[in-house]
Design a binder for this molecule. Structure first.
Ligand code: GDP
Ligand code: ZN
Length: 313
């Protein structure tokens, strides 16, 4: 007799998928034998890491068959090119995205942070900001951090965790965060993503370098695909190499401000509805910017994204 069950995709190798019955880590390979389609999907790889699937096996089968994909709670896509409508799903069913930033070395650009946050909001995925290299903080970076926290924690309402991968500070809190969740880890190169992953669980670094890749299951090791790893202290992590390639999702002009939590909370008071918070009189968002409860930096990012959106349509 064959076996049926439900499992999560933890890796896509190109020729097949690796599944695990989370929260257990009991990897087994599976392929798509028939044609599975998610209704309405234009994506080039309809199954992604994080997808929950029903599978079945026959007696003679060495590999399970993926039969059904469960509806996704959320997913992150990457555009193939800037203008192309073709997209590629990076991961599905995420519980949280962690954006790693540094105040200095490198100094984080706020418009980049804003684009990233808007993308997560649009996908409906909670995001936590991790400030790394806190051991390097001097007076100047302390001042930057104070302003950063005012904008992103006090005004926009994001959770911020301060850590040092090198000194091990804040790592316990981070591990506590990960428990029971599937988390996506992201940040531009140089912020200490690899160092943090190593601090969270030294075993993870080992896996990332591919030395104990699942050679008996997958043949040649490929690094271009996204992959989920178990964390020793609990939870699962997906590491994304190139966050820059996150395409900003399609949105309506009127929608954009709803992805800025501090704008969303006041826009009910705008005189015009919908309001783009640009030229309209009696705009609550513009008033909040004048009063200082919405940061001018955030408002400028908003205007920049609004302009891009008009350009690419
Ligand atoms: P990645 O490109 O984001 O993976 O960054 P790495 O983990 O390779 O780190 C980039 C550089 O920053 C390396 O020289 C690390 O030693 C250093 N680094 C990473 N985390 C910290 C930290 O918490 N404090 C300090 N002072 N340096 C760090
Ligand atoms: Zn308005």
């Amino acid at each position: 007799m064959g076996k049926n069950g439900t499992a999560t995709i933890v890796k896509h190798t190109g020729s097949h998928y690796l599944l695990s019955e989370l929260p257990n880590w009991n990897l087994f390979p599976a392929v798509v034998r028939g044609r599975i389609r998610l209704k309405g999907s234009t994506s080039t790889n309809p199954i992604a890491v994080g997808d929950i699937v029903d599978y079945s096996t026959d007696d003679e089968d060495t590999m399970a068959s993926i039969d059904i994909i469960h509806p996704r709670r959320n997913y992150i896509i990457r555009r193939s090119t800037n203008l192309s409508r073709e997209s590629h799903i990076i991961a599905a069913n995420l519980d949280c995205v962690y954006l790693i930033v540094t105040m200095q070395f490198p100094e984080t650009k706020l418009p980049f942070v804003d684009r990233f946050l808007v993308t997560c909001e649009a996908y409906g995925i909670p995001v936590v900001i991790v400030v790394n290299k806190c051991d390097l903080h001097d007076e100047y970076s302390q001042a930057l951090l104070k302003e950063f926290k005012e904008i992103y924690a006090d005004q926009a309402g994001y959770k911020i965790i301060e850590v040092s991968a090198i000194k091990g500070e804040g790592i316990e809190e981070l591990c506590e965060e990960f428990k029971g969740k599937i988390s996506l880890f992201s940040g531009v190169s140089g912020v200490g993503k690899s160092s943090l992953i190593k601090a969270i669980d030294p075993q993870l670094e080992y896996i990332r370098t591919g030395e104990i890749s699942l050679a008996h299951l997958q043949g040649k090791h490929t690094t271009t695909f996204y992959e989920m790893h178990p964390i020793a202290t609990g939870g699962f992590i997906i590491d994304t190499p190139g966050i820059r390639s996150f395409g900003l999702v399609d949105f309506e002009k009127e929608e954009l401000s709803t992805y800025f939590p501090e704008m969303l909370s006041v826009m009910d008071d705008c005189y015009f509805k919908p309001c783009t918070h640009t030229h309209e009189p009696h705009c609550a968002v513009k008033q909040a910017v004048e009063e200082g409860t919405i940061a001018p930096e955030r408002y400028n990012s908003y205007l920049g994204m609004l302009e891009d959106q008009t350009k690419y349509r």
